[in-house]
Design a protein around this ligand. Structure first.
Ligand SMILES: Nc1nc2c(ncn2[C@@H]2O[C@H](COP(=O)(O)OP(=O)(O)OP(=O)(O)O)[C@@H](O)[C@H]2O)c(=O)[nH]1
Length: 385
């Protein structure tokens, strides 16, 4: 099917205007999500197509030079969006090279035909390749929307190459924007599809990023940045299931800072917060990658040591305990000493064991450690019948 080229330009420009308006209205209220930059790109794209639509009826500087410079500007905004969505500094100097060189080349080569067309294609291909590169570099961890951007820019390169081949084969006249033929219809359709894919990909990347932030907030403690109670409890259930299936040992330790109320009362709550952060940092630095540490409550931490024997857990926790007791927190230049007591369940979970039951046994051991004078470790097995 051969479509009427000016009609394609007009309809795509109209749709792009509406989408750009929506993105600019929404993006304006929250500059951080990059939506306004995506909207600016789409607006430049809509203007490009509005100029292309006039080809043959308006001066060439408008329908070719300005139009291609606007198209290059659209790609520049899309590139910038990739960085803004990730809240990274935008390399504007590099990005703006595209539209500037396009503007200069189009001004210099306006009176030529093939060189002008090839130069425009070369700049656009370079910009699309950069978008592919930056989309990969700025992908959201665990996300897939960047793939849409990469595919969109990749297909765009393919579409431009069709034009290049046509121009080099002496068919430049057939690729004029006011000519309607099959090759032109395919090339324009590819251009339209790819810009929609890139736009949608960028909007979805922004969504993925916000989802990532919300998920992090839902599962992490803001003070220590450790997994919060919900996250560490879910991890506990997973570890119990795994240990039961593999018949392997699991150590579940409840760590409680000693006399924490006194630290708060003596030095203030900010100092208490600093102690919690300091302890979390020290413990995290000394644990294995397979171990899980979370903030269970106020001054309590839950530590899970999978595949760890009673002896191994005792050595690891005693090492943590003595390290924390000998590393005071520095708060406003003043050292604050702290220590912790810890109750540990260590064993192969039975069929009746749940997170709550193992925690109950570790908590009972912790109570014993507190009763015995604090800064101590007690094993649940030593007293649970
Ligand atoms: N600064 C600060 N204090 C907290 C936080 N969460 C809980 N607390 C305080 O931690 C204190 C815990 O006190 P207690 O439960 O009596 O425990 P403790 O003083 O450590 O006594 P033992 O555990 O028996 O050694 C309370 O005063 C809470 O207000 C927090 O995020 N920051």
């Amino acid at each position: 099917m051969i479509a009427h080229s000016p009609t394609i330009f007009a309809s795509v420009a109209w749709v792009a205007f509406i989408m750009a308006f929506c993105l600019l209205v929404v993006g304006r209220f929250d500059q951080r999500d990059g939506l306004s930059t995506v909207g600016a790109g789409l607006l430049a794209y809509a203007l490009t197509y509005a100029c292309f639509m006039q080809h043959g009826n308006a001066p060439l500087w408008l329908t070719y030079s300005l139009a291609n410079t606007l198209l290059s500007l659209a790609l520049a905004f899309y590139s910038a969006s990739l960085f803004r969505i990730n809240q990274r500094p935008v390399p504007w100097r590099l990005i703006i090279c595209g539209p500037i060189s396009m503007g200069l080349l189009m001004a210099l080569l306006l009176e030529t035909r093939e060189p002008r067309m090839l130069a425009a294609c070369a700049v656009l291909i370079a910009q699309c390749l950069l978008i592919i590169w930056w989309a990969r570099a700025n992908r959201i961890p665990g996300g897939r929307a960047h793939l849409l951007v990469m595919i969109g820019a990749g297909v765009s390169v393919f579409g431009i190459l069709i034009r290049v081949v046509a121009i080099l084969s002496g068919m430049a006249e057939e690729m004029r924007y006011d000519v309607s033929n099959l090759r032109q219809t395919i090339s324009l359709s590819i251009g339209t599809v790819t810009v929609m894919m890139i736009t949608l990909g960028l909007v979805l990347m922004s969504k993925e990023r916000i989802e990532g932030i919300l998920k992090h907030m839902a599962l992490h403690d803001p003070l220590t940045e450790l997994p919060n109670r919900r996250a560490i409890m879910e991890q506990l259930e997973r570890e119990i299931e795994r240990a039961r299936r593999n018949r392997s040992m699991l150590a579940v330790a409840i760590i409680d800072i000693d006399y924490f109320k006194k630290i708060n009362d003596t030095h203030g709550h900010l100092a208490g917060d600093a102690v919690l952060q300091h302890c979390a940092r020290l413990m995290k630095a000394r644990l294995r990658h397979s171990d899980s540490l979370g903030r269970y409550g106020g001054e309590e931490f839950l530590l899970l040591l999978p595949d760890t024997s009673t002896e191994g857990a005792t050595i690891a926790l005693d090492d943590l305990r003595s390290h924390i007791a000998s590393s005071p927190t520095l708060f406003e230049g003043q050292p604050i000493n702290q220590s912790f007591s810890v109750g540990v369940f260590c064993g192969i979970p039975g069929s009746q064991d749940t997170g709550t039951s193992l925690l109950g046994r570790a908590d009972a051991a912790l109570y014993l450690a507190k009763q015995s004078g604090r800064n101590l470790l007690r094993l649940a097995e030593t007293w649970v019948p």
